[in-house]
Design a protein around this ligand. Structure first.
Ligand code: PLP
Length: 385
């Protein structure tokens, strides 16, 4: 049975081109870029190329990119580094729908005496911008708001928010882990100070991330030690990871059009047909402002986990809630923040596609979904008579 992988917001397949690019770095070109000899020195050039490629995708200067170990580290480094650099300000603002890589960090700051404000969202998952503006004051060190939500795909008006935040003198960070490579970003035109991204969401391997730090943004280093990354992130570089991320960003630049045409068309067809053939379901997220690859649908009266298990029998991989929270029986904090009723939140499934998906895979899933939903509803004690 072939695998049909619709869980690309959890992680992605490493692109063949990325794998080819990094193969020589394990047994042939394995030097340490900090070494004085030319064997190590040649590695430094590959890191430079990777940095330029990441910067090209974001349209920023290569010196504004710091390599990290993952999206979670980038988020931690941005939040902790920005507040450490502004010791006189004691307020941090975020939203209720952030990934745990942000929410856990800001909630921990509360224990350290910071005032933490979590802005709510409406039923489409849109942020209350008036409330956000009202909350930003002279005591606000940092506002951190994700670019696009990992569960629903909702894209937030981050450029507008960044302008509002920086005009009021606070630092603005965005967790763009789900946005980079899926939608075009242009940091040269933006007011974003700090931006996190993660390699394994865009066809590079796991264990590599990056943090964009706008020139002039005050940021205390999160990892102390050696002088790597110009003293901004200590630790011997993950050279294969860095080179892989560079190559993945180069490929993403080439493929961004495909993400927004072919992948979007596949997602739209999957979503439309499922909504048509399965009764009592609802779309979660903002249909007007959404990642092109993501759809999140709630099916009343049945458990998302049961749907996942049945999809799995056909080799179809999807997700209920985010990968990081699945395994817990709590319904998704994102859907709860949107006011999705408890029963619908429990029956939600996220399909997240990539350029490697095909029309045949979508057609197969469209055929199986109503069969699965109808079977589970027959067994469900919650379906009204
Ligand atoms: N932020 C968002 C929005 C994510 O979706 C994820 C991963 O799912 C992360 C951060 C964490 O990234 P990583 O797995 O690279 O630590």
């Amino acid at each position: 049975m072939d695998t049909i992988y619709f869980d690309n917001n959890a992680t992605t397949k490493v692109a063949e081109e990325v794998l080819e690019e990094i193969k020589p770095l394990f047994c042939d070109l394995y030097g340490n870029p900090s070494s004085m000899h030319s064997f190590g020195g040649q590695i430094g050039k590959r890191i430079d190329t990777a940095r330029c490629r990441v910067a090209s995708l974001l349209n920023c200067d290569p010196s504004e990119i710091i390599f990290t170990s993952c999206g979670t580290e980038s988020d931690n480094a941005a939040i902790k580094g920005a507040i450490a650099a502004a010791p006189n300000k004691r307020k941090v603002i975020t939203t209720r729908v952030e990934h745990p890589a942000v929410l856990a960090v800001v909630r921990d700051l509360e224990n350290l005496g910071y005032t933490v404000v979590e802005i709510g969202v409406d039923k489409l998952g849109r942020i209350d911008l008036t409330e956000l503006e009202r909350q930003i004051d002279g005591n606000t060190a940092l506002v951190t708001i994700m670019y696009a939500n990992n569960e629903t795909g909702t894209i937030f008006p981050v450029e507008e928010i960044a302008r509002m935040v920086t005009d009021k003198g606070a630092v603005f960070h965005t967790d763009a882990v789900q946005a980079v490579g899926k939608i075009p970003l242009d940091l040269a035109k933006s007011h974003i100070d700090l931006l996190s991204l993660s390699g394994h969401k865009l066809h590079a391997p796991k264990g590599i991330g990056a943090l964009y730090v706008r020139k002039g943004t005050r940021l205390s280093p999160f990892m102390l030690g050696g002088h790597q990354e110009a003293g901004r992130r200590a630790g011997t570089e993950n050279v294969p990871g860095i080179v892989a991320l560079g190559k993945a960003c180069e490929l993403a630049m080439r493929n961004i059009e495909i993400e927004n045409t072919k992948v979007k068309a596949l997602r739209d067809r999957l979503e439309t047909e499922i909504m048509k053939t399965c009764s009592d379901c609802r779309l979660n997220g903002d249909p007007e402002s959404r990642l092109p690859n993501t759809t999140n649908i709630s099916f009343e009266y049945i458990e998302g986990e049961a749907i996942l298990l049945m999809l799995d029998r056909y080799g179809i991989c999807a997700s209920s809630g985010s990968a990081c929270t699945s395994g817990s029986l709590e319904p998704s904090h994102v859907l709860r923040a949107m006011g999705v009723p408890f029963t619908a939140a429990h029956g939600s499934i996220r399909f997240s596609l990539s350029r490697y998906n095909t029309a045949d895979q979508v057609d197969f899933t469209i055929e199986k979904m109503p069969q699965i939903v109808n079977l589970l509803r027959k067994l469900s004690p919650f379906v009204p008579d």
